[in-house]
Design a protein around this ligand. Structure first.
Ligand code: SAM
Ligand code: ZN
Length: 187
């Protein structure tokens, strides 16, 4: 990653994709480790407790899953990385190293470009039929898949193994399950 004394090669400003975004202030070469995704590390059950009251149609989340136990909540102690928006044709990716999450450039990025990565949010068992609309994507890419969710391989059969990816705030039903231990770490 860049030296901690160098100013960051990005700034936070309004985004056409959604709310606040993160934009390059100088050229960032492909392969550059740009910033770490920081925030409080909590168990999924704690993250669920925090966002239990959220509207089922509110897709906003600062959560990032590390594994089936731990999730980063960037709403607490988070840095500018929490404002990086999703895009289906991203110029960045997330890389996990020693259970830390870093955002790296997957292609050369020019000054003024918005930094974006694919959130890779997964479907969950029991999702309502309109879940892809709830997570509608506004990235504007020619290859936009229309949703921030990953496409389901087999409808009705969500992937079982959680990996590093952005996490949704819980739906009430999922929280009840996770508090009883029936479905820990679901996302
Ligand atoms: C961590 S925030 C990113 C910063 C956000 N723009 C903000 O102002 O707080 C993640 C949320 O931003 C929104 N978002 C990010 N990328 C999006 C996209 N491509 N289309 C629609 N909403 C997006 C979603 O609500 C998502 O849960
Ligand atoms: Zn998109």
């Amino acid at each position: 990653m860049r030296s901690s004394r160098a100013p960051p090669p990005f700034r936070v400003q309004r985004s056409a994709i959604h709310g606040t975004g993160v934009f390059a202030t100088r050229r960032i070469r492909r392969g550059t480790r740009i910033v770490e995704y920081l925030g409080e590390r909590v168990l999924h059950a704690e993250a669920n407790r925090r966002y239990l009251g959220k509207d089922a149609h509110d897709n906003h989340t600062f959560l990032f899953t590390i594994d089936s136990r731990v999730v980063i909540d960037a709403a607490v102690g988070g840095n500018d990385a929490r404002f990086i928006n999703h895009c289906c044709d991203p110029n960045c990716e997330t890389v996990m190293q020693d259970r830390r999450v870093f955002i790296e450039a997957v292609r050369d990025i020019e000054p003024g470009d918005e930094l974006v990565y694919d959130y890779m949010i997964r479907h969950e068992a029991g999702d309502p039929p309109n879940i892809e609309q709830i997570f509608a994507c506004h990235c504007g890419a020619a290859t936009c898949r229309g949703t921030m969710l990953l496409k389901q391989e087999v409808p009705g059969k969500p992937e079982k193994k959680p990996g590093a990816a952005r996490r949704r705030a819980p739906r009430a039903a999922a929280v009840v399950d996770s508090l009883t231990g029936a479905r820990p770490g679901s996302r």
